[in-house]
Design a protein around this ligand. Sequence first.
Ligand SMILES: Cc1ncc(C[n+]2csc(CCOP(=O)(O)OP(=O)(O)O)c2C)c(N)n1
Length: 332
Amino acid sequence: MGFDVELGLEWYRQMVLIRQFELRAIEERKKGLIPGFIHPYIGQEACAVGACAALAPDDVITSTHRGHGHLIAKGGDVRRMMAELAGRQTGYCGGKGGSLHMTDFELGILGANGIVAGGIPMAVGAALAFQLRGDRSSQGGLRVALAFFGDGATNQGAFHEALNLAGLWRLPVVFFCENNLYGEGTPQHKQAPITRLSQRAASYAMPGVTVDGNDVEAVYQATCQAVQRARAGDGPTFIEGLTYRYRGHYEGDPQVYRSRDEVAQWEARDPIPRWRQALLAQGVLPATLDDVERHVAALLEEAVALARSSPPPRPEDALEGVYGDTHDGRVF
Ligand SMILES: Cc1ncc(C[n+]2csc(CCOP(=O)(O)OP(=O)(O)O)c2C)c(N)n1
């Protein structure tokens, strides 16, 4: 391996931040600060971080119900995220949206999404806008949209309709499937008649690749190739990242559909210790990595403090932020 160490450290920081954000959110939910459901991203960090690292700041992503990692990797502010989870005015949606609706157009985050596969046509729409407007990226070539979604989403009609049009019109879009092997409690072999979900790409005349989704560098390389293709006007790519979620589908899920042994086998391939080892092998000092962890811990203290000290939304503001002010019709 011969990666840029500064870049590698930033990936480490982001993966640790995602992991620790989720663990803290779980803890604060137990203590009562956070109401409702959360779908932890723990275990899948290399997918979000590797894929977003291949994008420019002016590219856009769409996300899912398991979206905290995507937001953080695209630059989302964990203070506003924690406040949103807690239902506070300082949150991304003023405390009215929660986990499933966090959005930041300025960062190119077109939204988490409670509808399975719902973000995929949105990314195709954004890519169509980029193509029609001839929007150029700060990195040269076309701006790109990347849709994150799970294995279960590839069985939805919206997925197939979106990939069909993207393939037909050669849109600058990347389809990133995080195959964590389960759609809720249904294993992949009981939901699809194929072994590799990247086989789906052939129907829509685009390349389909499968990568180790727990290897941040492999994810980054695969996504860079897909982004390059999209920027050049050569159309979409389907990437399947093989990964695993270490927690339940949602926090509180009894997880009767899988064995402890299976979880343990995947824990041995945890993307964060793996990347830590890769950095140490490149000569990074353990103290440097410990510093990263300390910074992350301090940031999360700030996030929780903001959530605790912020007021909930006011009833009289119920309709604020519900209807968009799109100015000239252009929001991203
Ligand atoms: C259209 C739709 N159908 C069903 C659901 C209920 N649901 C929420 S998450 C989920 C499983 C999604 O699995 P996958 O796409 O693999 O994503 P993962 O949870 O593994 O990240 C289901 C069925 C939903 N939210 N939306």
